[in-house]
Ligand binder design. Structure first.
Ligand SMILES: C[S@@+](CC[C@H](N)C(=O)[O-])C[C@H]1O[C@@H](n2cnc3c(N)ncnc32)[C@H](O)[C@@H]1O
Length: 265
């Protein structure tokens, strides 16, 4: 198959998340429904639909999205089998919990995936900061990013901003030395920070760079775990022990790229 044809076939993966996942789940349900209508054995129809979903998910480059795409159909199928026995109140309770933990206003950015505690050890060699530097984790979740930053920059003053109230409360307990505010990272000023740490989604990165450029001081850093700013050469990159990259952009951005591997140290 030609490269251009393959690129066209994958274009749907670039649609805003979670549309590609919804498409895959609906597609898997369509496969299942059509096969059942044709009189196929339900086990085989189920297997074919799960495989169809898994193949589409495999095209998705971001691992957590791949997983969500692949498990959506089998999970919804399993729920549909037992749904009659589950009290309605339980569904409402689960829906309420999800909405509190992950408010709809955050759906445009990333859900809760924590930074591993040792992910940023050694980052200081690539993105040096003065003592008592101010570091802001935007979308600080339950505080794992702040803990990893504290380990990498033990003398820094840590700040976080997080949309979900329960996560803010939990992160304050877990990171008592950090100043964590509840709020929208896009409305919160980044001007004070010597380094802004982002662990969000690929789509977050272009607006994050624009905000960093508009607000942050020359010499300050924007650091992103896993997702690069599109069409923007990083000042440096850092490879975490688990193989993921941290993309580093110094204000104003420079063109030189340094690549260091954490596992070597
Ligand atoms: C992938 S998690 C990262 C958590 C943490 N930074 C870490 O690295 O462990 C993304 C977090 O960003 C939060 N978030 C998403 N959009 C946000 C927004 N607009 N303002 C504030 N927080 C947001 C989510 O609630 C979630 O907790």
């Amino acid at each position: 198959m030609g490269i251009e044809r393959r690129r066209v076939m994958r274009r749907w993966l670039d649609w805003p998340w979670p549309l590609p996942a919804l498409l895959v789940w609906l597609g898997a349900w369509a496969v299942y429904g059509v096969l059942m209508t044709w009189g196929a054995d339900s086990g085989r129809a189920l297997l074919a639909a799960v495989l169809a979903g898994a193949v589409c998910a495999w095209l998705q480059p971001v691992p957590w999205r791949r997983l969500l795409m692949a498990v959506g159909f089998p999970l919804s199928w399993a729920l549909s089998q037992g749904v009659a026995d589950v009290p309605a109140g339980l569904w409402l309770g689960v829906a309420f919990m999800v909405l509190v933990l992950y408010p709809p206003s955050t759906w445009g950015d990333a859900p809760l995936f924590p930074t591993p505690t040792d992910a940023l050890d050694g980052l200081r060699d690539v993105a040096p900061l003065p003592p008592m530097a101010r570091i802001l984790d935007v979308g600080s979740g339950v505080g794992d990013g702040l803990k990893a930053l504290e380990q990498a920059y033990p003398d820094a003053r840590l700040m976080g901003v997080e949309r979900s109230w329960p996560l803010v409360w939990l992160s304050r307990l877990r990171c008592p030395s950090a100043r964590i505010r509840q709020g929208d990272m896009w409305r919160h000023s980044w001007a004070d920070a010597d380094l802004v740490y982002v662990f969000q989604r690929p789509e977050t990165m272009a607006p994050a760079m624009a905000k960093a450029r508009a607000e942050m001081s020359p010499g300050a850093w924007l650091a992103s775990l896993e997702f690069a700013v599109p069409d923007e050469p990083p000042t440096a990159t850092w490879t975490c022990p688990d193989g993921r990259s941290v993309w580093l952009y110094q204000m104003p951005p420079t063109d030189s790229v340094t690549d260091l591997t954490a596992s070597a140290s």
